[in-house]
Structures are given as structure tokens and as C-alpha cells.
Ligand binder design. Structure first.
Ligand code: HDD
Length: 714
């Protein structure tokens, strides 16, 4: 296998177009002399139908939009590569996993699920995590999420789930939010969703950055080796920057201040050379262990605890290039869990099986033609030859008279590949079964892993889950739905349910209400076959499930942004000192002052201002530093500064001040609440010291000082 790292860029370059130093032309290549005036009968007369330049321009404009994705409409993507670090040829024959150092081009797209294309990045929602590998054996898509389980067990419930979470159909409210009656009505009748609900109500659903999320293939897939043997596999992406979240109040404020927060963060990080990176890990489950666990490997509402099956790292993905054109690349990219290469195969997970139908079907309506594979971003770098022909917008000019197989007129070409020549063959699983519309009883545990997840969380994380549920259910207007949810929550953890109930001013119902129209058939209901159960888990706690104790989190501050608050007369030494200390850690200090332009320094110099208080907000930064200097007096008890600092304090961020700047902090509304042992308040009497900068950076490495907030589990 040869390194294909740049192959996709070469392939895309065929389609790139750059108007620099070129004439303006029509789509037919005719040079345009006047692009500002329609052809008219006289200067003040009516426009003429004959104006082909106007007609072409307006017609193209009228058709510029394509339907947005029915789910995951809001997203951002980037190019990069996947590099094998630990090949697994004994497990899979997939070429792109065979050789250490082998690089394969990729395009990754991250997304929210429920919101429209123009909605906020910071919705409480699952994030999509899709990667297209342009391998030498064809396209492989790993279309996952930042949460390792899903709401439902069977694909037939997907349209119901999405109808429930999308804005309500009568008034199209609310946008990009699950906090409304229809979503919780559905969930309250679908106990199988409780594990996923724990994840979605946790801070996983409000990531600090796409670059700080884990990714999961969710389903159990199969790896197939040269001998045709199969092992089960779960895919994991582990971010190099650790897994981090923002506070919920912060998320809501970011949505107003900068709804493109994640999009911009990804874009800027790549432009600045802080290339986002993840490790790809696999959990390998031998075929013989298929029925070994208390959960079913085919049930997408279950994960395999890392304590039972550790994650083995096989490679890394680096995103190092922003798209040239959002529409052409990020919008038109078409993922499909059914795009697999030899060596990777499906399991019988009924959610995955349904997905295998849905994705091609949706591209037909979204991209408009079965030729969507010819769109440059979707085009395989492995040669494509077959007898598929014609259709809307066909690009390829197939030569010759033969478009069928078998043929003799074309010498039998294109010819089938033997398995030894890389021909795809499905795993020969033996199936001997009745045709039934039923769910396996091994899928009945709806609460066991919800408990595992909840019990594994730290007190801070549990507190955030309670607050999230109070918020979400607090927005629900129908009391019966709130009560049903409290009943379900009590099956996960009674204390959790009680704490949520306090916020709702309600009482937890004594038993789980299982209403008649729960998501099962009438016969199943009558036979009591699919009763939600709690199965004890062999693993009681798992640190991999928390964000705060996650063993893979490193204390790096690389690519983080710090607000440096200044005013005229600021100490140049202080500002330069912290800026250069941050830069050494690959972090960035941004100057924020009462006005744009520049601030004068104490030694008659000037520092460029990046943002004024009007164009910046605390929620867009990871930490705040107030710089020493003569100008401090305009910052003391200044409403803008107070709001800035109060938000930073409330959102548990590191706040630093040295020299005279400490007086700004002392005048802030929260000053009386600051405790001596707060590890996130960094003060130094001497301005501009290296020791101060180091202490500030070390504190930032904790990401947030969560112990500052009121914790419902202390
Ligand atoms: Fe899906 C898009 C992930 C279940 C049907 N899905 C989509 C995307 C992601 C996922 C990340 C966005 C791809 C992109 O960036 O273009 N979906 C998942 C995961 C699931 C899942 C991890 C469960 C484990 N999805 C699922 C089911 C169905 C679909 C059960 C239908 C039966 N998903 C779709 C879709 C989308 C889609 C309608 C919309 C746009 C697209 O496919 O290309 O076909």
C-alpha cells in the first residue's frame, strides 16, 4: 500500500476554480461587459426577456439551495489524514489498517442533530462525528456520534424520535432544542432511551469544542481478516486535547454572542496550525464472546465498558486543512455507514441495519441524483468502473458500447475481482431463523447501563445532570409527561429523581407508570414480553464514562483563548509577559479594552486591541486576566468589566489579576464570594512576574474550577 495522504487533494484540484486575474464570464464562457445593469428598452424602460446574462444569473441564484440534511443539518468539517500507528492485520484485511505509518486522506464532519443548518452550535444535543476515509480500496465511512449509545434500539423508531425532537409541527418552535413537550413525551414512553438520556443530559451534550469531543462508532461492527474470520469491534476516537464541556448557562449565552462558536473554533485552530488530533481505538470482542456479557452486543443502547474490553489504539487522525468551499465540500459530503471496504462488515444491530437503507435514500433527495458519488468531495480515489449509467448531472463519459455484465463485446470488462484481488465479500454468517417482527429479550435491560453511567459520574457531573433535567423538564408544559419522566428517572437512581423533582416542584411517583401506548406492539404488551428491566452490571463504576476523571484527559491549554483586559496606561510588561507565556503553550491572549484601535502603555508604547467590550464576551474565552497599569481606574466598577468577570466567575473559569489590577477584582459583584482556597483565582502583588504566569497557566490546565459552583451532590 502506498501513502495516499495527498491523493484526495490532487483529485479535488481538478475541480478547483479561481477567478483571480480572470475575466468575468457567463456559465457558457462568454465574457461579460456589464454586470451591473439589465438589458433594457431605453435607460428608464422595461427589461428585455432576451437578457440571457440576467436570466442565467438569476436562475442560478434561485436554485442555489439544496434541502438541508433531515438530521445533522448544522455542521462543520475539515480535511486531514489518518495514520496507522499499530496495525491489526491479524484482525482485519482492510488495507488502510495494515501498515504502521500508512496515511489515508480523510474528511471529517461534526454536527448537531436537531437544529437547522443556520442554528446555534451550542444546543444541548448529541454531536455527529463522521469520518470519510479515501482508502485505496474505496470509500470507508465511520458515521458516529460523540456519545457511544443511542436513544432507540430499532431503526423503525428513528422517524418518531426525530419528529419528536424537531421543532413542533404546528408552530415550528423550539429551534435546536430538546426542551419541549413532544420530545419528552416520546422519551417518557420509551424506557430504552434512558441510558442515552443520561449522556445527553450530561455535559457531553455541550462540548467546549469539536476538537475536545470523543467519537464513537456506536454499533458493534465486524472486522474480517484474510482467513475470513470475524471479530466484533467497537470504534472510539479519543481527542488529544481531552474531553471538555462548557457550562449550560455559558452555552446559552454563547448561542447569542456567537452561534458559530464551534465552527469558528475548528476553522481558527486549523488556520493557526493547531491541528486537531484524535486517536482511533478499537475494542475487540472475539466471536466466541458474543453472548458472554449481561448486555447484547447488538443493542445500540449499550456500551462495552472499557474495564471489560480495553480500547487498543490503532492510529491517529489529524485535521490539517480547512475546506476551500463550504458548500462544495462540507455541505455536499455524503456519509453512509454502508460505505465499507473489505475487512470491515456489519453486525445485525437492528438500528445499524436500518441505517444501511436510509443514507443512500436521503442523499437522493438531498443531492438530487444517484450520481452523488461523482461530486468531488464524495469521489473515491480508488478507480470506479461499473455499469451504472446516466441519471441527473452525470459527469463521467463512459466510453464503449457495453454497459452490462456479463458481456463479450467488451471482453467481459469491467471484470469481477476475486476475493484475493480485493473483491468485497460479506461475512458468511449462518442464519437459521423465523421471519418475525420482534425484539430479542436480551434487549430488555433499559436501566442497568443508565445506572452505570450515572454512578460513574463525579458529584459535579451528577449535579449538572440534575440541573439539565430540571431545565429540560421545566420547559415541558404537560404535567403527566414530567411525572412519567420522574418515574423513569427513579428507575435509574432515586436520589437523582428526587433532586429533579424538587426543581420541578413535584413528587416522584411511587412506581414506574407504563402507559398502554408504550413503544411495543399490543401483543408484546399483553404477553409482558418486553418489560423494561434493570440488569445488574458486572462493572459498577467506569472512569472512562466521566469527563472529569477521564484517564485520557491531559492538562494542556493548547489552543485555548484568554481575554486580557486592558485600558490606556496598561503595563506593557504585564501584557507581554502573559501573552508570551501563553504562546509558549500554544494558547492565545486577546486584548480587550473599552475601545478598538490600540491602548497606550505605561512606557508610551501602544498595544493593538483585538476586541472591545461590545464585540467580545467572557463566554467566548477560556480564562480572563486583568492587566496592571495606570488605566485601571476606568475598569474599576465598570459595568462591562463587571459583567465580563461575573460570567467568568459563574462559569468557573480561571481569573487572574496582578499589581493594581487586583482592585478591579475586589470591586466586582462576586468579590465577597471568592474563597481563599479557590484554585482558579490567581493574584500576585507584583505585576508581570513569570511565577504568576505559570500559576495562571497551571490553573487553566484544570479547564474549569467546578468546585466553585453550588453542587447538589455535596
Ligand atoms: Fe444518522 C445523518 C449518526 C442513526 C438516518 N447520522 C447522520 C450524521 C451522523 C449520523 C453523524 C451526519 C452525517 C454528515 O455529517 O453528513 N445516525 C448517526 C448515529 C446513529 C444514527 C451515530 C445511531 C447509532 N441515522 C440513524 C438512523 C437513521 C439515520 C437509525 C435512519 C433509520 N442519519 C440518517 C439520515 C442522515 C443521517 C437521514 C441525514 C443526512 C444524511 O443522513 O446524510 O440518513
Amino acid at each position: 500500500m502506498k501513502n495516499l495522504q495527498d491523493e484526495k487533494q490532487r483529485d479535488l484540484s481538478i475541480n478547483k476554480s479561481d477567478g483571480t486575474n480572470k475575466f468575468l464570464t457567463t456559465d457558457q464562457g462568454v465574457r461579460i461587459n456589464d454586470d451591473n445593469n439589465t438589458l433594457k428598452a431605453g435607460e428608464r424602460g422595461p427589461s428585455l426577456l432576451e437578457d440571457f446574462i440576467l436570466r442565467e444569473k438569476i436562475t442560478h441564484f434561485d436554485h442555489e439551495r439544496i434541502p438541508e440534511r433531515i438530521v445533522h443539518a448544522r455542521g462543520s468539517g475539515a480535511h486531514g489524514f489518518f495514520e496507522v500507528t499499530n496495525p491489526i492485520p491479524e484482525l482485519t484485511k482492510a488495507g488502510f489498517l495494515q501498515q504502521a505509518g500508512l496515511k489515508t486522506p480523510v474528511f471529517a464532519r461534526f454536527s448537531t442533530v436537531a437544529g437547522s443548518r443556520g442554528s446555534t452550535d451550542l444546543a444541548r444535543d448529541v454531536r455527529g462525528f463522521s469520518v470519510k476515509f479515501y482508502t485505496q480500496e474505496g470509500i470507508y465511512d465511520l458515521v458516529g456520534n460523540n456519545i457511544p449509545v443511542f436513544f432507540i434500539q430499532d431503526a423503525s423508531k428513528f422517524p418518531d424520535l426525530i419528529h419528536a425532537v424537531k421543532p413542533e409541527p404546528h408552530n415550528e418552535i423550539p429551534q435546536a432544542a430538546s426542551a419541549h413537550d413532544t420530545f419528552w413525551d416520546f422519551i417518557s414512553l420509551m424506557p430504552e432511551s434512558m441510558h442515552m438520556i443520561m449522556w445527553v443530559m450530561s455535559d457531553r451534550a455541550i462540548p467546549r469544542s469539536y476538537r475536545m469531543m470523543e467519537g464513537f462508532g456506536v454499533h458493534t461492527f465486524r472486522l474480517i481478516n484474510e482467513a475470513g474470520e470475524s471479530t466484533f469491534v467497537k470504534f472510539h476516537w479519543k481527542p488529544k486535547l481531552g474531553t471538555h464541556a462548557v457550562a449550560w448557562d455559558e452555552a446559552q449565552k454563547i448561542s447569542g454572542k456567537n452561534p458559530d462558536f464551534h465552527r469558528e473554533d475548528l476553522w481558527e485552530a486549523i488556520e493557526m496550525g493547531n491541528f486537531p488530533e484524535w486517536e482511533l481505538g478499537v475494542q475487540i470482542i472475539p466471536a466466541a464472546d458474543e453472548n458472554k456479557y449481561e448486555f447484547d452486543l447488538l443493542d445500540p443502547t449499550k456500551l462495552v465498558p472499557e474495564e471489560l474490553v480495553p480500547v487498543t489504539i490503532v492510529g491517529r487522525m489529524v485535521l490539517n486543512r480547512n475546506p476551500d468551499n463550504f458548500f462544495a465540500e462540507t455541505e455536499q459530503i455524503a456519509f453512509h455507514p454502508g460505505h465499507v471496504v473489505p475487512g470491515i462488515d456489519f453486525s445485525n444491530d437492528p438500528l445499524l441495519q436500518g441505517r444501511l437503507f436510509s443514507y443512500t435514500d436521503t442523499q437522493l433527495s438531498r443531492l438530487g441524483s444517484p450520481n452523488f458519488h461523482e461530486i468531488p468531495i464524495n469521489r473515491s480515489v480508488a478507480p470506479v468502473h461499473n455499469n451504472q449509467r446516466e441519471g441527473h448531472m452525470r459527469q463521467e463519459i463512459n466510453v464503449g458500447r457495453v454497459s452490462y455484465h456479463p458481456n463479450s463485446l467488451g471482453g467481459g470488462c469491467p471484470y469481477q475481482a476475486k476475493i484475493a484481488e480485493g473483491g468485497f465479500s460479506s461475512f458468511e454468517e449462518r442464519i437459521d431463523a423465523h421471519k418475525v417482527r420482534e425484539r430479542s429479550e436480551s434487549f430488555n435491560d433499559h436501566f442497568g447501563q443508565a445506572k452505570l453511567f450515572f454512578n460513574s459520574q463525579t458529584a459535579t457531573e451528577k449535579s449538572h445532570i440534575v440541573k439539565a433535567l430540571r431545565f429540560e423538564l421545566g420547559k415541558v408544559e404537560t404535567t403527566a409527561i414530567r411525572l412519567r419522566m420522574l418515574g423513569l428517572l427513579s428507575q435509574v437512581d432515586t436520589e437523582l429523581a428526587e433532586k429533579v423533582a424538587i426543581g420541578l416542584g413535584a413528587t416522584v411517583p411511587p412506581v414506574l407508570e407504563t402507559p398502554l401506548n408504550r413503544g411495543v406492539s399490543p401483543e408484546t404488551e399483553a404477553e409482558g414480553k418486553q418489560e423494561p428491566q434493570t440488569v445488574d452490571q458486572s462493572v459498577a463504576f467506569s472512569d472512562a464514562l466521566t469527563m472529569l476523571k477521564n484517564p485520557t484527559n491531559s492538562p494542556t491549554i493548547a489552543s485555548r483563548k484568554v481575554a486580557i483586559i486592558c485600558a490606556d496606561g496598561v503595563s506593557q510588561t504585564s501584557v507581554m509577559n502573559i501573552k508570551s507565556a501563553l504562546l509558549k503553550q500554544d494558547a492565545k491572549g486577546c486584548i480587550i479594552a473599552p475601545h478598538l484601535g490600540s491602548v497606550l502603555t505605561d512606557n508610551d508604547g501602544a498595544i493593538h486591541v483585538d476586541f472591545s467590550f461590545l464585540t467580545a464576551s467572557s463566554v467566548l474565552f477560556d480564562a480572563v486576566y486583568v492587566a496592571d497599569g495606570l488605566g485601571i481606574k476606568v475598569l474599576i466598577d465598570n459595568d462591562d468589566v463587571n459583567e465580563f468577570l461575573s460570567d467568568a466567575y459563574k462559569h468557573c473559569k480561571v481569573i487572574g489579576a496582578d499589581g493594581q489590577a487586583i482592585t478591579v477584582l475586589n470591586a466586582a459583584p462576586f468579590a465577597s464570594k471568592i474563597t481563599n482556597d479557590d484554585p482558579g483565582i490567581i493574584l500576585a502583588g507584583d505585576a508581570g512576574s513569570d511565577a504568576f504566569a505559570q500559576e495562571f497557566i497551571t490553573a487553566m490546565g484544570k479547564h474549569r474550577i467546578w468546585e466553585r459552583e453550588k453542587n447538589l451532590y455535596n
